[in-house]
Design a protein around this ligand. Structure first.
Ligand SMILES: Cc1cc2nc3c(=O)[nH]c(=O)nc-3n(C[C@H](O)[C@H](O)[C@H](O)COP(=O)(O)OP(=O)(O)OC[C@H]3O[C@@H](n4cnc5c(N)ncnc54)[C@H](O)[C@@H]3O)c2cc1C
Length: 220
């Protein structure tokens, strides 16, 4: 079973480590807060072999993130967890041991970019780094999903669809179909709902006005 679409909806990434199918870490899990993580982890997992990643946490993380839809895999030891996830046990233990030894734990605080970090590890974990050494252990398989694309129709503030550089008189757009006009890259929380409602109202008003004009023209 995999995360239901958006990788960081299993939002334990920053509380543990992420490894790929080869049981190797591939990015700084402590780089930033959700929702900045939201946009980058799907892409990162998509770039891994087999487009799969595994979020590894221990009991210290439990209760600190939104309960995931899928229960994940639970084990009493790290080697047991590796086997249950189908990962190379030796490589997994090398990765986890190197990470645990590199942790420099300061004052853990998941609400700020705290001072718990790794030293001498590549890639580093720059915040919220604590050794993963308190059983039971949990692993969540994560796959990327599509939330939206950056493609769609060109439009303007009046929601008019552009053809060949000119605005249409009677075709208007709102929501996902115009997301690329607002977001070129990255993600801003709530943008999907915002452009759907704001431009939905504009496009609807404009469409009604255009239809009214056409009706008046037909009657004249
Ligand atoms: C997993 C996931 C999580 C998300 N989380 C958030 C979030 O937390 N916050 C946020 O702001 N946004 C979020 N979004 C984005 C947000 O859901 C979308 O931006 C928004 O729902 C888009 O609305 P829309 O009306 O533009 O398009 P849609 O909701 O996709 O509506 C398009 C409709 O058109 C219908 N349709 C398609 N083709 C035809 C056809 N030929 N004839 C008739 N009907 C057709 C489809 O069936 C669909 O009902 C998320 C998206 C996903 C996938």
């Amino acid at each position: 079973l995999y995360d239901g679409g958006i990788v960081t909806r299993v939002d334990a990434v920053s509380l543990g480590v992420m490894v790929n199918r080869d049981a190797v870490r591939f990015y700084d899990e402590g780089e930033d807060f959700w929702p900045k993580r939201y946009a980058i982890w799907g892409r990162l997992v998509a770039m891994q072999p087999g487009q799969i990643g595994y979020c590894i946490i221990d009991s210290q993380a439990i209760g600190r993130f939104m309960p995931p839809v899928f229960p994940g895999v639970r084990a009493d030891t790290l080697p047991e967890l590796a086997r249950a996830l189908g990962l190379d046990e030796q490589r997994f233990m090398q990765t986890l041991t190197a990470y645990n030894e590199a942790c420099r734990v300061g004052t853990f605080d998941h609400t700020v970019l705290d001072d718990c970090h790794t030293e001498g590890l590549a890639p580093p974990k720059t915040h919220w780094a604590r050794p993963i050494d308190r059983p039971p252990y949990y692993g969540y398989a994560l796959r990327p999903g599509i939330t939206f694309t950056y493609l769609g129709l060109k439009t303007d503030a009046e929601a008019r669809v552009y053809f060949g550089g000119a605005p249409s008189e009677n075709l208007f757009v709102a929501g996902e179909m115009m997301a690329g006009n607002v977001l070129g890259q990255g993600y801003t929380a709530g943008v999907g709902m915002s452009i759907g409602t704001a431009f939905g109202r504009i496009a609807g008003t404009q469409a009604a006005r255009a239809a009214g004009k056409e009706a008046a023209h037909a009657l004249a």
